[in-house]
Design a protein around this ligand. Sequence first.
Ligand SMILES: *Cc1c(COP(=O)(O)O)cnc(C)c1O
Length: 457
Amino acid sequence: MHKIDIELVEMTLDVMKYTIDRISSTANKIGKPQKEEALKALVGETITNEGIGGEVAFNLWKKHLMHANVPLDHPRNLAFVPASPTRAAIMFDLVTSASSIHGAYWMEGAGGIFCENEAMRWMVSLTGLPEGAFGVFTSGGTAANLSAIVTAREYWRSINEDNKYKKGLIITSIGAHSSVKAMAKVADIDVLLVDTEDKLEAIELQQTINNLTGLQRERLFAVVGTGGTTNAGIIDDLSGIGQICKTEKLWFHIDAAYGGGALVADSVRYLFNGIETADSITIDPHKWMFSPYDCGAVIYKNPELAKQAHTQEGSYLDIFKDEGAVGFNPSDYQIQLTRRVRGLPLWFSLAMHGVNRYKEAVERGLELAQIAGKLIEEMPHVELVRDPSLSCVLYRRIGWKPEDYTHWTYENHKKGFALVTPTKWKTGASFETVSRFCFINPDTTENDIQMILESMI
Ligand SMILES: *Cc1c(COP(=O)(O)O)cnc(C)c1O
């Protein structure tokens, strides 16, 4: 065998061994970040003219760099929205890379896109959107929200010539995710925030619309509701908002990046009633659908409108017209051209495990939130700020100030025990610092929760 081939085989085996170890280990460390200078001191020069060699570079990764990450799939990582990719999906993520599929066009990626679309059809079925609705996988919820907002804005401009000269306006609530506001900036659209972090009720939305000036009303083209706020798991009054959007002729986007996974759970599906009235929906499979990073999705009631907003024209893109080459082009429905077929790992995992396993895993996350709620009620040193909603639990340690929460978070993290971060909850005009759990990983145990709560005594 040629020398380079031996190296390649050894490298492949090393990488496979690492991967297998990583995904089969039950004792992964929670990890913690280090300053850039500290990492540099540990690894030295890595990019050189001659190369440092695969073995050396991989060893630097294994010995130092991988430990400077805080993996979100640790069972006691309950901060942010954690992750819990299935092993099947992780393994197929490797297959996705190895297959080198350009996922922009059917012409180049038919096999991969076919699989993505199988998974997408299932996701669309969860929403109850009418026949014809379809979607596409994106890099995440941010890109999905941007793709949807731009589609809505372009549609609004297409129905009235005057709108081309107006700056668009959307309404959402302060419970909406930061990416909605950030992406509105990207699209140069103003955002009006209804002042509630709790469930956005139809009546509040209607009042906000009624209070707009004439010019504002002309600029208003969309409402963004949330299907599970990131901070507290709250689902807006989706049917009520949908009804208003219909009457007022406004685009209705639902950001269910985090909560969308719960559509599969029979026990809470009713909370999403009205989602079927949306014009577009964001769901992140890398959150509660157990996909590896990164995998978001945007679904449209009428995908043609997305196509009008996002199709890229280029004369060099226009050559293949034979039957096999003509099909669904993911690049037509979101902001990216060249893209990874990032829905492929989800497809494999769904195909392998079946929908019922997904149901059980999501139900377990919901159940863990209920278990945590019960433990908190039983323990004298902590109390619930509000009832658990989806898999989020907000609670306070009685008597603690903001700095006590920070100190506790640091201590637990330093010990490698858990990562639970404080958040703020708005009541009336004031913000209170509280503690927050978000459950995604079905491997988190009641004992994990109990230990974390006891560490607050
Ligand atoms: C996480 C989240 C986003 C952002 O998604 P990314 O995948 O991080 O880009 C948007 N909206 C909500 C409700 C989220 O929870």
